[in-house]
Write a protein that binds this ligand. Structure first.
Ligand code: ZN
Ligand code: ZN
Length: 59
């Protein structure tokens, strides 16, 4: 696996990085829309669900 930018995750739907992704952003776990970030599995999560699952954002 080679990536042009290190430590950047790609959206599972459009394969873009988070800043280029134009998908509708909502938590794939609870459908929340507050402070949604792309996580290491290519899906978006809200803060509580990220913490619950132990996911990290790309920053
Ligand atoms: Zn996307
Ligand atoms: Zn959530």
């Amino acid at each position: 696996m080679t990536t042009t930018t290190k430590n950047k995750y790609h959206c599972m739907q459009c394969d873009m990085t988070e800043d280029k992704c134009d998908c509708e952003k909502y938590c794939c776990s609870c459908q929340g829309q507050v402070d949604i970030r792309l996580c290491s599995d290519g899906l978006y999560y809200c803060p509580p669900c990220r913490q619950a699952c132990g996911y990290k954002v790309s920053d």
